[in-house]
Design a protein. Sequence first.
Length: 267
Amino acid sequence: MATVIRVESAADPRLADYVGLREATLRHLLETEQGVFIAEGSKVIRRALAAGYPPRSFLLAERWLAELADIVEPLDAPVYVVSEQLAEEVTGFHVHRGALASLHRVSRHGVADVLSGRRVMVLEDLVDHTNVGAIIRNAAGLGWDGLLVSAHCADPLYRRSVKVSMGTVFSLPWARLEPRVAIGDLLHGAGFRVAALALSDDAVDLADFAATVTPQDRVAVLLGTEGHGLSDAWVAAADAVVRIPMRAGVDSLNVAATSAIAGYVLA
């Protein structure tokens, strides 16, 4: 059974997992090297637990203790109950959803698992956790089978990514690629047609490419960094370079918006 502990000091060492959540560098070290991640909000916490991630602890404002009692009470994990003012002091931001959980990372899928699907999104070196979370939510909501992220891509289990994905990161199979992977060899070897979303002189309109795709085809969509897009090597590995037609002098969309449109058209 869970142990409920009321904490009144931000300096209490038992709250170490939750200190300074705004500091990306510190959180990255904690969340990867110590093998934990942070889930924020009742719905996201419930989805993480339902997916099988073991809880390390919970940080709850008093008003949320009863709300989460059904899932918290049976667990062998401490529940730290704090005032909302103390929660903000500890975390560095207003915990408006009232609940945080620290959970142990579990490796749930490998690259081969993701490549067993028919529709896969592949991210190269995205650095913005919000974009990664939004793409995961788009892929899950539009019925895609999985996601691959490059070795230097932002962490799908970083708190912000998890929050923006609304917990769909726990249900969508995803895996991290090895450094310097030959992406074309990997995807073609698994039987995928590869489409690179990029700006180039030989790019074809998304609708035209979609017209050549059948439901039986295995399709992988490559999405690149927020600033420079895909690397030349990844573009060269694709079977087709694809663009979304733009107007009003706009050359491209945010990468998360692009994933939503391509995900819908090619689903």
